[in-house]
Ligand binder design. Structure first.
Ligand SMILES: Cc1cc2nc3c(=O)[nH]c(=O)nc-3n(C[C@H](O)[C@H](O)[C@H](O)COP(=O)(O)O)c2cc1C
Length: 311
């Protein structure tokens, strides 16, 4: 018997059933369809599409990416085709795949988020929404939604009331007490929390003295952030009962198991797809083999075993 046939990787993120705990992270996997010639999308637990806004956005000036030790900086500026073009051009192709499609939603005031959700509510083929709340609220002097429990409660509560589908909320790592923010999101109706987004950072060209990014600053991702985000997942899991999706620096099966061990139900893979676009599918295979070899046949049991093995 093959490892794929012998093990059951199914997980439930609230009401959303995933065939395995590996998802592609928002902004690193396009709208999914662009990867369909490289990756068997049906093998993935799911994929989170690039953040969608009510109107198309051109994004930030080039250069938009810079390599850093064990990491990557990006300042894409949330470029996207807008929610309506997503529904008419991308979703009809995407919904043919047998995988969970999650729409990442963002805005600069509560009404922006609600408008994107309203458009998506009329479309078929989505498993859940993921609210990216690491955005400035222009109606509150540019303060990030994600940093203030009252703003989190406001945007999550309004989105929960507007959406029939499950609502995942993606937290910012740039908060003093992630437990406080997580509890505010949970109380306002979040069905899962994604922990976490990138870390504001900068890279400077030594010879010009100028930033390596057109936008001056960007978001740090990749292996460099994994230990920091692992701690945030661990802290979040102690603060709330809502399922958690861990995301930050995942490249290997060991990384996945570590996130599961500290309380994540599923994980998302971001920057690693830039060096190897097939990494998420390979992680599914690797996870099947790891469970088979460890003689653990469901993903729910591996958490206990790994916690014991890793101490
Ligand atoms: C180029 C790029 C674009 C991203 N765009 C989005 C986005 O549109 N919405 C969002 O919520 N997160 C976005 N992210 C954050 C990732 O989904 C992920 O949270 C972060 O990169 C950490 O995971 P990683 O270390 O595996 O990349 C983006 C990240 C990168 C590198």
């Amino acid at each position: 018997m093959t490892s794929a046939a012998a093990v059951d990787l199914t997980v439930h993120v609230g009401a959303v059933r995933l065939r395995n705990p590996i998802l592609a992270a928002s902004g690193t996997f396009g709208y999914g369809v662009e990867f369909s010639h490289l990756v068997d999308l049906n093998r993935l637990g799911g994929l989170v599409v690039k953040g969608l806004s009510r109107e198309p956005m051109e994004g930030a000036p080039a250069p938009r990416l810079a390599e850093t030790p064990s990491g990557m900086l990006n300042a894409v500026g949330l470029q996207n085709i807008g929610v309506r073009a997503f529904v008419t051009e991308k979703l009809p192709v995407l919904r043919k795949y047998d995988t969970a499609i999650i729409a990442n939603v963002f805005g600069y005031c509560v009404e922006d988020y609600l408008e994107v959700i309203r458009v998506l509510e009329n479309a078929e083929g989505l498993a859940a929404y993921e609210l990216n709340i690491s955005c400035p609220n222009v109606k509150k002097g540019g303060m990030q939604f994600a940093g203030d429990p009252a703003l989190v409660a406001e945007v999550v509560g309004a989105a929960r009331a507007a959406a029939k589908r499950p609502l995942w909320v993606k937290l910012s790592p740039m908060v003093a007490d992630i437990g406080l923010i997580a509890r505010a999101a949970e109380a306002a109706g979040a069905n899962a929390l994604t922990v976490a987004n990138t870390y504001p950072a900068m890279a400077v060209n030594t010879w010009t003295g100028k930033s390596c990014l057109g936008n001056q600053t960007g978001g740090l991702s990749g292996p460099a952030i994994k230990p920091i985000t692992l701690r945030l997942v661990w802290e979040t899991s102690r603060a709330i009962k809502t399922p958690i999706l861990g995301v930050g620096g995942i490249e290997t099966v060991a990384d996945v198991l570590q996130y599961l061990a500290v309380g994540a139900t599923a994980v998302q893979v971001g920057t690693a797809s830039f060096t190897d676009p097939t990494v998420s599918e390979r992680l599914v295979e690797g996870l099947e083999k790891a469970l088979f070899t460890a003689k653990v046949f469901t993903i729910n049991d591996i958490g206990r075993k790994v916690s014991a093995d890793f101490g």
